[in-house]
Design a protein around this ligand. Sequence first.
Ligand code: EPU
Length: 417
Amino acid sequence: MDKIVIEGGVPLQGQVEISGAKNAILPVLACTLLTSGKNKICGVPRVRDVNTMIRLLEKFGAVVDEFKDDCLVIDTSGVNNFRAPYDLVSTMRASCLVMGPLLARLGQSVVSLPGGCAIGARPIDLHLKGFEALGATIDLEKGYVHGVVKKFRGASIYFDTVTVTGTANLMMAAVLAEGETVLENSAREPEVTFLADVLNQAGAKITGHGTDVIRIKGVSALNPLDCKIFPDRIELGTYMIAAAITGGDVEILNCNPQHVQPLVRKLRQVGVQIETEQENIRVKSNGCLRSAEIQTLPYPGFPTDLQAQFMALMTVAKGQSIIRETVFENRFMHVAELRRMGADISVDGHTAIISGIEGLSGAPLMATDLRASASLVLAALAAKGESVISRVYHIDRGYEMMEKKMSQLGAKIRRVK
Ligand code: EPU
């Protein structure tokens, strides 16, 4: 298994380009199942979760061409299978996004129940209740969710909790339904709004996306998709924090500053200089940071996917910081690893209290999930001495060429087998 070795203490300098958004491409790939023909998707990041979703589409009978630059062509004319096996679903929870499209297109889906993961139990009950409200029969047998529906019928659905993939799944289920569906307390994440735009371009009739009430008027068929994935806001946030924690000066290209407003505000508050243009952000820091309080929330609040990285930053900020995680119940796996680097963090339920220290020291570290791993990379970049991060396959799930991009910024980082 690969490891990443980092010799910390180098302020990052230069330019870095952001890749397409992992959490936007995954629902879009699932969405191709609603079409019959050649879909063209560009701006696709080459990360492991994308490969997993491609393998899943192939299982259903889609033909996926080799990458041409950052574009994929996916022919869904031959889709005829509706079984998503455990070995693929268990490696990526977003696999459940195929349920809505499979039910809408083939009237059946058999998808392994994803199970828990490092950051929490993460049930999909709200997805399943939604499919039932649209007329599907859902049964659980031997770890697989069996769904059957003759044809979805529009309904009014209220999400008890804001769910990103739940909103996407139900939106995809409803586009080919008979009549109108209303999704209330929907997610407003840019990835959900983008999916609605992509569906509309293909002939769907969706309004209200970007607000918490989404209305979908069913149509009889969709055209194949032709779209370009927008830049990843979490990758962007991760590089912004990397510049801040190393006392660097980094210009980040191909990004949407509007998507990271809560982070921009917090970074400015703790003493980081940020200049934004339409598609670029420059982040400058002299390494003198103040403490802060954050609470993770659904969009447009502070994203849970940047909580671990921000915590790494606060370990070296002056004073006491407080971080409340309200989206997932167990997303503090990075705390134990950061403590091994000398960080002073105590956890009480969903709240972490961080007392800033002068500097972190390098250590052997273990990656536990995607964003926790990113926080360890950031901490290691700032730490004195060498850190060796194992289980980096977590990073490969969602960050395209992270060590190459960090090296371009001057980081002393390498991958070893
Ligand atoms: N929830 C339920 N029942 C459901 C669905 C969700 O109780 O049926 C709960 C979850 O357990 C959680 C909360 O609702 O406590 C929010 O979960 P959500 O469904 O919004 O998360 P998700 O859709 O599974 C997506 C991203 C995550 C990101 C979250 C929150 C994708 C593929 N994944 O997950 O991304 O953290 O939204 O923004 O879009 C990551 O990229 O590292 C990652 C984990």
